[in-house]
Structures are given as structure tokens and as C-alpha cells.
Design a protein around this ligand. Structure first.
Ligand code: SF4
Length: 369
């Protein structure tokens, strides 16, 4: 079941004329070779043509199901294959998710992202996740989920529940991909992105740098993203967080200037996308983050956890925003306040005996838990 092209969000459809989809790796390699100041000037110029340079969109990310993932992504502490000491958690109950969404809203987030360490959601998980979307949406937040691979029908169910964004990263270049993940193919990822796009949801897709890839791999990843029929509305650029126990724990550090260049080039190639400064931000000092904003990053995650790795404390972000004169972008508030008040009352009344839905007790398949 797919929605037709007319249901694609209008921002994607309207903006295609000014966006290129014919980038080549060689051309992007040349951008990586440009003098740094020239590259930054070009990126900032394009940024200013498309966005308010002093606005940064703020999202909060909550892990709604942690660890025990059957996939083998070599950077990920949530894979069941690596001993990282990560505490596993079953699918979180909806009440608890709502409380966390409330906190995120109070902290200034405009979008609430929910992530589950799954290969893909099973059909019996769908009623729970769609309910979460509906409830978070009632709080007046934009919603985003990352649940692994999606079928076309699952994407449509999420869209119908009101999900605004679906995150599914390409991670790296097609050429380097086999060195990082073997349990799903690059094409699987592209298929999920196509299913999300066809459903009418906004696409959030980016990658991770600093995994030992070459500059040409970084170019190739950006070419894949930019040359999609509709560029992703949101492009997270992650710096690898080296987690002990994963195969990537000792990989060589990427030069920070190369990371800033990657942000700048993403901005140039995807001028109307929100480029998100994502994982790895905790290790970056204020000046480094400021350079990323200057390069065109205009979205961050707030809060102290990025799924399972740490993130700067919210007050540090507020301090940095103040120093830079950056204010969180405001989205329209579509909450029904009366409903919200009733919802909060209901949450307060509920006992918190059972905050987790026991997925394992209902399990009949084992592959994706
Ligand atoms: S699919 Fe997601 S949660 Fe699972 S190992 Fe890969 S990155 Fe981690």
C-alpha cells in the first residue's frame, strides 16, 4: 500500500528545481580539496540563502528499546555481537515515553525522536509504536522514529499515525559499507528510504565519519544522499564515538577539519536540508561546534544521551547558544492544551509498576530481539 506522489510533502516537491541530483564523486573530492576558508565561505553563503543562520533546530532522542540487536554494525554498542557492557532494555511502555517527551518539550526541544535497536519492527510491534507516535504528537512535538528497516505497509502505518520523520542512515559509502555491516545490504537501506519517501513522511538520513573510511568514501556517501530523487529533509552527520568492546574502539581519529569540511560540503550539496550535528558532539569543544554551525549545521540533539552514548548536557548547549546568539527554532504548536492537561493528570495517576512492555514474553520469533 503506497500513497501516490502527490502525497509527498510539498517542501520536497517545491524545492527540487534548485537542487542538483547529478553530483559525481570526483567533483565532491575537489570540494574536499578546496582551501578551508573558501569552502567555509561557500557553505555559509548557501546556508544564508536558505536558512536563518542564527537558528538551530533542536531534537531530543530517546532509546525506546535498547541493545540486543541482531545486526553487526561495527560501530554500535547495541549489537548483541559485541561485549560493551550495555544494559539491555525491553520496549518502553507508552506512559514512560510520554513523560520523557514532556521533559524534552520543557527543555526546548521541538522534535522528539524515538529509537529502537531492531533489525526491523515486527508487525506485532506496530500497534505499540504507532500509539507512541499518536501520544507524543498530542504534546505538540514533531515526531521522528528510527526502528530499522521498514516495509512499505509499515511506513504507511507510521505516516497514518502522524509520524513526521523516519530516520534510516546510509552510514557510509557503498564502497566501504561491507567493511562496516554485513547483515543487511546497502540496497536494503535504499529500499527503506524509498518506502519512507513513498509513504509521504519526511526522510532523515545521513552517515558516520571517522570509521577509517577515505575522503572519497565520504564524498561517495554525500553523493548517495544528494542524488536521491528527493534529498533528505534532515541529514545527520555523526562523528564516530569509539565504544570499548566494539570492533571500532581503536580506529584512528579523524582530523576535526575533515569533519567540518564534511558538514560544509553536505550544506553545499543539500542546500535546503537540515544538516544535523549528531553523535560525537560531546567530544567537541565550543569552538569546534561553532565552526560546524558556521559550516552550515543547523540542527542538534539536546539531552545527555544519544541512544546509548553520551551527549553534552542541555545547560551546556544553552550556554553555547547564548554565546553564539543562536536561538532554538520554534515549530508551530499544534497541541490541544486541554487534552495535554488531561493527559498529564492521567500520567500522574498511573502507577509505574510496569514501565516496560514485555516483548520477550510475547516472542515467537527470535531473530530480531
Ligand atoms: S541496526 Fe542499529 S541498533 Fe542494530 S547494530 Fe546496527 S546501528 Fe546498532
Amino acid at each position: 500500500m503506497f500513497l501516490n506522489n502527490s502525497s509527498l510533502n510539498t517542501s520536497s516537491s517545491l524545492n527540487q528545481a534548485s537542487i542538483r541530483h547529478d553530483w559525481t564523486i570526483e567533483e565532491v573530492n575537489d570540494l574536499f580539496e578546496m582551501p578551508f576558508n573558501d569552502l567555509m565561505f561557500q557553505a555559509q553563503t548557501i546556508h544564508r540563502q536558505n536558512f536563518d543562520p542564527n537558528q538551530v533546530q533542536v531534537s531530543t532522542l530517546l532509546s525506546i528499546k535498547t541493545g540486543a540487536c541482531p545486526e553487526d554494525c561495527k560501530y554500535c554498542p547495541q549489537s548483541a555481537r559485541y561485549d560493551t557492557g550495555l544494559e539491555k532494555e525491553r520496549l518502553m511502555e507508552i506512559d514512560k515515553v510520554i513523560l520523557r517527551a514532556q521533559e524534552a518539550k520543557q527543555a526546548g526541544s521541538t522534535r522528539f525522536c524515538m529509537g529502537a535497536a531492531w533489525r526491523n519492527p515486527r508487525d506485532r510491534d506496530m500497534p505499540y509504536v504507532t500509539e507512541m507516535v499518536k501520544e507524543v504528537k498530542k504534546l505538540g512535538l514533531e515526531t521522528c522514529m528510527t526502528l530499522g528497516m521498514l516495509t512499505g505497509d509499515q511506513a504507511v502505518s507510521l505516516k497514518q499515525a502522524g509520524l513526521d520523520y523516519y530516520n534510516h542512515n546510509l552510514d557510509t559509502s557503498p564502497e566501504f559499507y561491507g567493511d562496516i555491516i554485513t547483515t543487511r545490504t546497502y540496497q536494503d537501506r535504499l529500499d527503506t528510504l524509498a518506502n519512507v519517501r513513498s509513504s509521504g513522511m519526511n526522510v532523515c538520513s545521513g552517515g558516520i565519519v571517522g570509521m577509517g573510511e577515505t575522503t572519497s568514501d565520504r564524498s561517495s556517501l554525500l553523493v548517495q544522499l544528494a542524488n536521491l530523487e528527493y534529498q533528505p529533509e534532515s541529514v545527520p552527520i555523526n562523528m564516530l564515538v569509539k565504544v570499548k568492546g566494539t570492533p571500532m574502539e581503536n580506529v584512528e581519529d579523524l582530523d576535526y577539519f575533515e569533519f567540518i569540511r564534511t558538514i560544509a560540503i553536505a550544506r553545499i550539496m543539500m542546500p535546503k536540508s537540515y544538516v544535523r550535528l549528531s553523535a560525537g558532539r560531546e567530544a567537541m569543544n565550543e569552538q569546534m561546534q561553532a565552526m560546524c554551525f558556521l559550516a552550515g549545521a543547523n540542527s542538534i540533539f539536546y539531552g545527555c544521551k544519544l541512544l546509548t552514548t553520551s551527549n553534552p548536557e542541555t545547560h551546556e548547549d544553552v550556554t553555547l547558544f547564548k554565546k553564539l546568539g543562536i536561538n532554538s527554532a520554534q515549530t508551530r504548536d499544534y497541541s490541544d492544551e486541554a487534552h495535554e492537561a488531561a493527559l498529564l493528570e492521567e500520567i500522574e495517576d498511573k502507577s509505574s509498576d510496569s514501565l516496560f512492555y514485555d516483548a520477550s514474553s510475547k516472542q515467537t520469533e527470535t531473530a530480531d530481539i
